[in-house]
Design a protein around this ligand. Structure first.
Ligand SMILES: Nc1nc2c(ncn2[C@@H]2O[C@H](COP(=O)(O)OP(=O)(O)O)[C@@H](O)[C@H]2O)c(=O)[nH]1
Ligand SMILES: [Mg+2]
Length: 382
């Protein structure tokens, strides 16, 4: 695909917004070797009901069903044949970042093919002392890998720019925009800044077709050991937040990965006691999903009926028409109207009939901005 092709594809996808194609949210765990990626992967996907994992040639994949009390309530009410929660797919991407990728085109290509479909990166940072790697140095480690990603993007930009400039000289005028964008990108990378910082205008958005590493939304996840005090953990989080506070679409969180990975195989009751012993209100699994939703500016809406009760992730600010399109393209094509009730109104009313009587069900047009917790019935014809 040429640049214009990539651009068209990107614009098509960005109009549909996340989630596009598959309904799964895809998060890839990256980090320096030994930072605890596989442990974090187990903590976020293992144990507790409703996750499955499978081996993949280049990365372990684990699918987590996102728990949501609102979905449980709707399922109890409708007793549907099928209940479908939002799902998040984590991948444990091993052994490639942190190595010097420059010049190794085939390894880099393989790595890129793993990274490209991801909605966000989870950057695992070691905050435990290790016999093999020594004392923890989370800030330095964080910066080392960020720099590595910036260098890797720089190599791609430089390679592409060389081509583009040659072709421009040969008279391919249509490459002028790409040349301009890539030059801007290179300038930023040369200042040691990630491409996330570039994506603030419509124009720069277009570079996302390249799926650069440093342009992905990122959740920095500090993997602490139990001996570290909460104050110490908090001070590391604060320092990391200060480091990235000029960047959009990045957030910082933490967990006790090694301990939480042990929850695997425990009953719900045992898991609760285990977390209590760690002075934690809840497992990292649910919290990290919430943090990711905030990071990606996602909300959840519901479709509910006797055949299926389902939760759908949707980019904040999306219209009813876009929501219809995530359920089914026909629903968007033949959109007539949306019948909407907020989850709270539905719960308070106790039934659809009561909600109707109370005037709580709204008729909304295609431009209605969907809100978190909306229960929507789409009227459409095909
Ligand atoms: N003390 C402690 N050790 C950990 C923690 N997380 C991982 N480890 C250990 O660090 C080593 C590397 O972890 P692993 O998850 O394999 O790292 P990866 O190379 O990034 O996948 C293993 O021996 C883990 O048991 C943690 O939170 N605390
Ligand atoms: Mg590993």
């Amino acid at each position: 695909m040429d640049f214009v092709g990539i651009l068209d594809e990107y614009l098509r996808i960005s109009r549909l917004k996340i989630p596009h194609g598959e309904m799964k949210l895809k998060l890839g765990i990256i980090g320096l070797p030994g930072s605890g990626k596989s442990t974090v992967f187990r903590a976020l996907t293992g144990g507790l009901e409703g996750s499955e994992s499978r081996k993949h040639r280049d990365a372990d994949l684990g699918v987590v069903r996102v728990s949501d009390p609102r979905l449980d309530f709707l399922a109890d009410f409708h007793k549907p044949r099928k209940v479908t929660p939002v799902t998040v797919e984590y991948s444990d991407i091993q052994g490639v970042v942190g190595e010097d990728l420059r010049g190794k085109t085939s390894t880099l290509d393989k790595f890129m093919s793993l990274i490209r479909p991801l909605d966000a990166l989870v950057h695992c940072v070691r905050f435990f002392d290790s016999p093999a790697l020594g004392e923890a140095n989370p800030l330095e480690d964080f910066r080392a890998l960020e720099d590595e990603m910036i260098l890797s993007d720089m190599a791609i930009v430089e390679r592409r720019l060389e081509r583009v400039r040659k072709d421009l000289q040969k008279g391919k005028r249509e490459l002028a925009l790409e040349n301009e964008l890539l030059t801007k990108a290179l300038d930023l990378l040369e200042q040691g800044k990630p491409l996330r910082c570039l994506e603030q205008t419509v124009d720069t958005d277009k570079l996302r077709g390249f799926s650069f590493l440093s342009s992905k939304p990122e959740l920095v996840l500090v993997n602490a050991e139990e001996d570290k005090s909460r104050e110490h953990i908090q001070s590391v989080l604060n320092e990391l937040k200060t480091l990235v506070n000029d960047q959009p679409r990045i957030s910082v969180d933490w967990l006790f990965a090694d301990s939480e990975a042990e929850i695997t195989g425990l009953s719900v009751e045992e898991a609760r006691e285990f977390l209590e012993d760690l002075s934690l209100d809840e497992g990292a699994k649910d919290r990290i999903v919430r943090t990711s939703f905030l990071l990606l500016e996602l909300i959840v809406f519901f479709t509910a009926g006797e055949p299926e009760v389902r939760a759908w992730p949707l980019t904040c600010g999306s219209s009813a028409l876009e929501a219809a399109g995530t359920v089914h393209t026909d629903m968007a094509k033949g959109f007539i109207r949306a019948e909407v009730i907020s989850f709270d109104d539905f719960r308070d009313a106790g039934s659809m009939a009561a909600a109707h009587k109370a005037g709580r069900i709204r008729l909304e047009g295609r431009d209605y901005t969907v809100r978190d917790g909306d229960i929507i019935l789409f009227r459409f014809n095909v």
